[in-house]
Design a protein around this ligand. Structure first.
Ligand SMILES: [Fe+2]
Ligand SMILES: [Fe+2]
Length: 183
């Protein structure tokens, strides 16, 4: 246990360190991991989100069939939410002193998820479910990686992860609903 005196000394030391290397912004000397590794990982997630935005946009525009209107709206909504994830990740990279990699060259190869157009509504929903499951697995891995090293990034990733799980659940519900409609 720390006594009051030690805590005050700690505060003095924290205040002293906070005045150093101001050019490094939010990354202080007690940052728990290698910040370059953190930025590289987050940039992979950036690429994944870009691919997800584009795939959902394609599906929102190109889905056809009698039952497609409500599904199109759901695809469009998901595209917006994936874009919000992209913004959050890019902001965090910036806070960590890095550059978000928004160069369109090579986005597909940096991403974990794939851009698949899909043929027909069911196929599109299946591809989206697959992509969400890939996103879920990679975000879970990242949450474990950041652990206590960088709690801010971890909690950001946890929020995104929760929404990817919702997306996967919604795609699964659509798949079940549309499969039943066909039989
Ligand atoms: Fe996302
Ligand atoms: Fe998603």
């Amino acid at each position: 246990m720390r006594d009051g005196g030690t805590f005050v000394e700690d505060i003095t030391e924290i205040r002293r360190r906070a005045r150093q290397q101001l050019g490094e912004g939010a990354v202080t000397q007690n940052y728990g991991g290698k910040v370059e590794d953190a930025i590289a990982l987050l940039n992979h997630a950036v690429a994944t989100e870009i691919v997800c935005v584009l795939r959902y946009k394609f599906h929102a525009v190109c889905a056809t069939g009698l039952a497609s209107e409500s599904v199109k709206a759901e695809f469009a909504q998901n595209a917006k939410e994936e874009e919000a994830h992209l913004d959050l990740l890019a902001e965090r990279i910036n806070q960590l002193g890095g550059k978000p990699d928004l160069n369109p060259d090579g986005v597909g190869s940096r991403a974990a998820s794939q851009y698949v157009e899909g043929s027909g509504l069911i196929d599109m929903i299946k591809e989206d479910l697959v992509a969400e499951r890939i996103a879920i697995e990679t975000y879970r891995e990242m949450v474990r990686y950041f652990g206590d090293k960088d709690p801010t990034t971890r909690s950001l990733l946890e929020r995104i992860l929760a929404q990817e799980e919702e997306h996967a659940n919604d795609m699964h519900d659509l798949l079940i609903g549309h499969d039943q409609n066909r039989t």
